[in-house]
Structure formats: C-alpha cells, structure tokens
Design a protein around this ligand. Structure first.
Ligand code: HPA
Ligand code: ZN
Length: 339
C-alpha cells in the first residue's frame, strides 16, 4: 500500500469506474446560465449563488422538482454534447477510467425535444471523449417511473433504432408508490431487444422493491439498494449472486436517506460481502463528484486505504465492460496500489 500518501490522496489517484451518474444531474449552474443565454431561455434564478442556495432538499421529490427544472434548459444537440463533455472531462480528471452514464429521454421528449437530439448530443460527446480524455463509457437509458409503463414502452420503441449506442435500460425518479412490478413488460421487451437492465431500488422504497427489481425485472445491478440490508434473506441472495449495488453517499446525505454519513450502511454492506461501489449520482446537486464521495464516506466511516482499494476493484467488476476490459482496468488499480 502507498504508505506515503494520505487516504485522500490515495482516493484521488486510484483508477476507478463510475456506474451511477445521471448526466442531467451533472448540470452545473455556470453551464446552465451559459446554455440558457444561448437558447434565450429564462431561468427564475439571477445568479449561480442563488441556484446553489435553492439546492436544499428534504427528500427525493424535492430534489427531482428542481432537477427537472434545470434539465428543462437543455434544448439543442450541442447542449447535450456540452453537458456530457463537461462531466467526462471532470470524471477523467478524477481518474475515472470508465463511466456508465444514465440519461432520461422522457425529461426531454416530454418537452418536444426529439429523442435523436438527446442521443446524438450525448453519444457524440462520449465518442469524442475516448480520444480527448481517455475515458471509456457506456450509456444507460432510464425510464421515469412516475410516468408509468406505457410512456416507458413508447420510449423503448424510440430507442430501438439506437440500440447499438445504449447498453442497458434503467428505472429512476420518484420511487415510493412506483414499484418495479409496474414495469415488468417494458423490461421484458427491453431484455428481448438485447439491453441489459438495472433499476433504482431501496433508496426511499423498501427492500421489497429491491427483490422485485431482481425477480421481476431481472436486473443485473441495483442502483442505491441501501434498504436491502433490512432483509437478511435478500442480502444473502445479493451476496451469493454477486449483484452489485451502486451506492451514492453524498446523494443519500443530501436527500436525507441517512441523517448523518456516520449512519450510512456502506461499511455494514462491505462486511456482509455485498459488491458495493461508490458513485456520485447527481454531482452538480449533491456537492461532489466521485472523489468527494469516496472521501466523505471514508472519513465518516473511518475506512482504510484497503477498503478504498476494494471499492475501486468492485467498480470494475460491477461494470458492463467485457471480461478483457475489466481485467485490463482492474490491473491498473493493482499497479497503482503497488507502485
Ligand atoms: N433517484 C431517483 N431518480 C433520480 C435520482 C435518484 O437518486 N437522480 C436522478 N434521478
Ligand atoms: Zn440515481
């Protein structure tokens, strides 16, 4: 282990993958103002400081209201391109070698923006980022669970011509009252079309939603999943099947999923043998990108450099990279640790 480094420096330098990041949640206020001006769009805020001041959330719905408002500024293909490029540059600067990025087409198609505008902008940016920043990527298209299954099905149809650009489908937005069981058919259809599947579950919703995501949606990863540990049998199944959890510490703190980071279940999850990863969720809204998430949870739970190493290794194992890519990137984590 790199004895001369502080744990924080070890975190900054270690190669890692990010598996839970909503591209619309990386929309920094400065870029919001720039794009709003270009699009001659109005915002109700007068300054960057005023925007940040508004980011005081009591729960998931509070956050979602302001997150959809911000995303409403995105209009043209270049807006999606710039948003995605800004995130990828930042992620690469934090030694993220690989990122699996969520996007929410319904947030935009519902405002009359074409599906092709969204996917062309995002895809253009991830393609260019490989060469510019040396970061590899996959895209995950999320369905907004509060809009129901028929809207999700329509979105899936729109995505089919872009099948080669999208690795998986996911499920996000307001969780409670919108269980995975409502989305059985659209996920079955997506899997038939060759998409992998993930779902947000157990963030605000109960452990039962995690079980439903596994059994009914046949997901290969759970996003958040915090509440799974309330259910021993479910936890055992997740451990046995090596189903990854994409945990987001600063998101959990800001949305009051935990009152204090010291109460966060991540250490217990690791001790139970769960395949836990650390991610930023919506970095522009929750006060930090991936390294700030690693640092905050490390400090709160007194994690060691060995724990950080484990989390970074997990991030590649949990990714949708092929086995060769996983082995190659994972070896870079070992090289870093042993150098
Ligand atoms: N949960 C649900 N939906 C979301 C989130 C989240 O943390 N971030 C963006 N959309
Ligand atoms: Zn999320």
């Amino acid at each position: 282990m790199k004895k001369e480094l502080t744990v924080d420096d070890f975190i900054k330098g270690i190669p890692k993958a990010e598996l839970h990041i909503h591209i619309e949640g990386s929309f920094e206020p400065e870029l919001m103002f720039k794009i709003a001006e270009r699009n001659k769009a109005r915002t109700r805020f007068k300054s960057v400081e005023e925007v940040r001041e508004a980011y005081k959330f009591c729960n998931l719905q509070d956050f979602l209201d302001i997150y959809y408002e911000g995303a409403g500024i995105l209009t043209g293909e270049e807006d999606f391109y710039e948003l995605t490029t800004a995130y990828l540059e930042k992620a690469a600067s934090q030694n993220v070698l690989h990122s699996e990025i969520f996007f929410d087409p319904q947030t935009h198609t519902g405002r009359g923006i074409g599906f092709s505008t969204v996917i062309d902008g995002i895809h253009g940016a991830v393609t260019d980022a490989g060469g510019k920043f040396g970061i590899s990527t996959r895209l995950i298209m999320c369905f907004l669970r509060d809009l129901g299954e028929s809207s999700a099905m329509k979105t899936l149809e729109e995505a089919l011509p872009y099948r080669d650009r999208i690795t998986a489908v996911g499920l996000d937005s307001a969780e409670v009252g919108n269980p995975p069981s409502k989305f059985r058919e659209v996920f079955a259809r997506a899997r038939e079309a060759g998409f992998l599947a993930v779902a947000h579950a157990g963030e605000e919703g109960p452990a039962q939603y995690v079980r439903e995501a596994l059994q009914l949606l046949k997901v290969s990863r759970i996003d958040h999943g915090n509440r799974c540990i309330e259910d021993d049998e479910l936890t055992e199944e997740l451990v046995r099947r090596r189903i990854p959890l994409t945990v987001c510490p600063l998101s959990n703190l800001r949305l009051k999923v935990v009152n204090r980071l010291e109460d966060h279940p991540l250490r217990r999850m690791l001790e139970r043998g769960l395949l836990v990863t650390v991610n930023s969720d919506d970095p522009a809204y929750f006060g930090g990108y991936i390294n700030e998430n690693y640092s905050a949870i490390t400090r709160a739970l007194n994690l060691t450099a060995e724990d950080v190493y484990k989390l970074a290794k997990n991030s590649f194992e949990a990714s949708f990279l092929n086995e060769g890519e996983k082995a190659e990137m994972s070896a870079r984590v070992d090289e870093y640790k042993n150098s």
